[in-house]
Design a protein. Structure first.
Length: 305
């Protein structure tokens, strides 16, 4: 007769066998997993090394291109802006870009009359009505705002009335405009630029936040209106500025509304800065183009002279 003790021993033996099987199976599976993970790790490490080498190579190429542009840039632009004046509008741009463009304008024979810096409030939809009202109230006597009713065009019309040599605003009128804009928080306080033939609007990359598209559109329309108000304007931005939420991207997609405006989407590079000055000369010749490294730069890296 099979005793209860026999049953207990048999059941214990079965469970022991199962436990041993699980352990042995897990050990084999673990070895296979470790082998697969090790292989993947080695593959990923190789890919990282390859991408790092490619990145370093591209950085070296960019540095060489910037060095080349810095050396030939002054000769490439020499005399192109002789007797002409240029004013700058900072709209999220980089100080280094501004300093480099100012230096190249001087090497081209041009005179920089100064710069203003717009605040983020200019592109804030919540403050659009205030800026629109201010544009109408501060407009110098005898000047006219554009027929367009969007904030960018109206703000550009107001700025154009005191920043361009085609308009005849007095020093008192210009002072009132700059003070009104600064008091309302739309421009940073500082010395206002004198009237100029040409305008460069410097911006950064893509606009950020929930209202990025609206903000980019304001800057694009503002630059286009400055182009119409004077002898020409160039909108120059950094990487990302030609995206859907970048001022240059919006300007290039706007068609006829911004057709007379020249754009440069890589002003952070030596080539882009040279292109900005060449584009100013292009504006004097009554032409416009889209330049840079983005796929929307339909006219190549730099204007032809």
């Amino acid at each position: 007769m099979i005793s209860l003790r026999y049953h207990a021993i048999s059941i214990a033996a079965v469970f022991l066998a199962l436990a041993v099987g699980v352990v042995l199976g897990a050990s084999g599976l673990s070895d296979r997993l470790l082998s697969a993970v090790s292989t993947d790790r080695d593959s990923l490490s190789t890919q990282v090394d390859t991408l790092t080498a490619q990145r370093d190579g591209l950085l070296d190429q960019q540095a060489a291109a910037d060095q080349f542009a810095a050396r030939v840039g002054p000769a490439a632009v020499a005399g192109l802006l002789s007797g002409r004046s240029v004013a700058l509008v900072q709209a999220g741009g980089d100080q280094t870009d501004q300093e480099s463009v100012i230096r190249l304008v001087g090497q081209a024979g041009g005179t920089v009359t100064g710069s203003i810096t717009l605040t983020d409030a200019v592109g804030d939809p919540a403050r659009a009505d205030q800026l629109n009202e201010l544009a109408a109230r501060l407009l110098p006597a005898g000047a006219q705002l554009p027929a367009a009713s969007d904030t960018g065009s109206l703000a550009g019309g107001l700025l154009g009335s005191v920043m361009t040599t085609k308009n005849a605003a007095t020093a008192d009128q210009s002072g009132a405009v700059w003070k009104g804009l600064a008091d309302a928080g739309f421009v940073q306080p500082g010395t206002a630029p004198g009237p100029a033939d040409l305008i460069v609007v410097l911006t950064g990359g893509a606009q950020q936040g929930a209202d990025a598209g609206d903000s980019a559109a304001v800057l694009a329309r503002l630059a286009a209106q400055l182009d119409r108000a004077g002898s020409g304007a160039v909108l120059a931005g950094r990487d990302g500025s030609a995206s859907a939420t970048g001022p240059i991207g919006v300007a290039r997609a706007a068609g006829a509304a911004t057709a007379g405006l020249s754009t440069v989407d890589d002003v952070q590079t030596g080539t882009g800065r040279v292109a900005t000055v060449l584009a100013l000369k292009e504006q004097l010749d009554g032409k416009a183009g889209s330049y840079g490294t983005d796929r929307t730069a339909s006219n190549g890296a730099v204007p032809t002279t």
